[in-house]
Design a protein around this ligand. Sequence first.
Ligand code: DAH
Length: 357
Amino acid sequence: MDDLRDKYISLISGAKDEAALEDLRVQAVGKKGEVSLKMRELGKMTPEERQEAGPKLNALKDEINSALAAKKAALADAALDERLKTEWLDVTLPGRPRRNGTIHPVSQVTEEVTAIFADMGFSVAEGPQVESDWHNFDALNIPGHHPARAEMDTFYMYRAEGDERPPHVLRTHTSPVQIRSMELQGAPLRVICPGRVYRADFDQTHTPMFHQVEGLAVDTDISMANLKWCLEEFVKAFFEVDAVELRFRASHFPFTEPSAEVDIRCSWEGGTLKIGEGDDWMEILGSGMVHPKVLQAGNIDPDRWQGFAFGIGIDRLAMLKYGIPDLRAFFDSDLRWLRHYGFASLDVPTLHGGLSR
Ligand code: DAH
């Protein structure tokens, strides 16, 4: 019995795989295995011999069975280790930080302007970039013969031969959104309308597509004083200087009466622009009291309501605030330019958190 035990324990511990183990199992404890045959011999023994040999044989059988089970588990573990070595995956590789994008200065400034006017109760309104010539011109008191139409270098959309209707235009300013907002919302009203506008013009300070933001406030008791306060607050917040000085210069726009262009005090000393000091003035926007005919075009009764309006160039604001010299580069999609002048994507401008960081 001791010989049998030594033989099988050492064979089992040296088995190479599961198939070899199974052969050993059959050989030792299978129906015709050596241990099983020995158990059959118990019948021929005397009762005394049987009492001694029986328990020993049973113990041997148990011992071989558990050695088989332990070896089977060890073989499975080794197989798994082998597999894990080939299926190894390194999850510790670092990310690639240069791949992040930036926010374009036009988007940044639009967000800044929106944050400032939202704080004064203005909501954002939008209109189409392909605009009816009525919304872009007539409704704004610019009739067909008006020189402003020619001055604006308008892009006209195609109309089929023989179609007598006036062609649509690429909107030349954001002012048509004034009309659309009045039509949609009626009075009282406080909106800003940022967006793209188009004119056939191209040099260092002009691109055929650029951005404006329009402002419109309509109520029963609105005056130039309200306009002036709003614009002063805006300029202070936007340029982040308290000592701003604005100059309202009489001007003319068909859609406002009276009209004013607004200049800001600045200095160009040493080639850099400083807002709020020096002896120069720089024009930054057009504004005025909404013309009664324009209110009427927006279905608002001019005998009951008044309003002020203004229009500002967004790209120009970005150039001034962030010292960007050439407007054309804004729209070149040059990655180096975008990295240099772009803003981090999570720095959303707010009045409490700071507009630009
Ligand atoms: N629409 C004008 C332009 O594009 C800008 C402007 C001037 C808008 C005066 C206004 C305004 O609302 O009152 O040149």
